[in-house]
Design a protein around this ligand. Structure first.
Ligand code: SF4
Ligand code: SF4
Length: 90
């Protein structure tokens, strides 16, 4: 699962197309509460990084609505990455 998350997250080109659709980004107050931020948090975790209280809040405040998946030009399974990061201890 770690290799899959890493491969998915590596596809992110930081375009930000996913962000306007995310219902949790603006309430969260910064990009860490949007899909792009969550993909990069997951990438950091599978590369050996440690969660902080803030990253845990980000990962667990995702509604798993899937709006981000629909627009990602890199075809990242963002919801799958977020689910996996929870399963990996996120
Ligand atoms: S699945 Fe999560 S990250 Fe993606 S748009 Fe919905 S709330 Fe935002
Ligand atoms: S739309 Fe996809 S490639 Fe673009 S920032 Fe979001 S996750 Fe990364």
């Amino acid at each position: 699962m770690r290799a899959w998350v890493e491969a998915e997250a590596e596809k992110c080109v930081y375009c930000g197309f996913c962000e306007p659709l995310c219902p949790t980004l603006y309430p969260g107050g910064h990009r860490g509460y949007g899909p792009r931020g969550r993909v990069n948090i997951a990438f950091n975790i599978v590369r050996g990084g440690k969660h902080t209280g803030e990253t845990l809040k980000s990962i667990y405040s995702c509604l798993l609505c899937g709006a981000c998946n629909l627009v990602c030009p890199a075809k990242i399974d963002i919801v799958g990455v977020i689910r996996a990061s929870r399963a990996l201890g996120g």
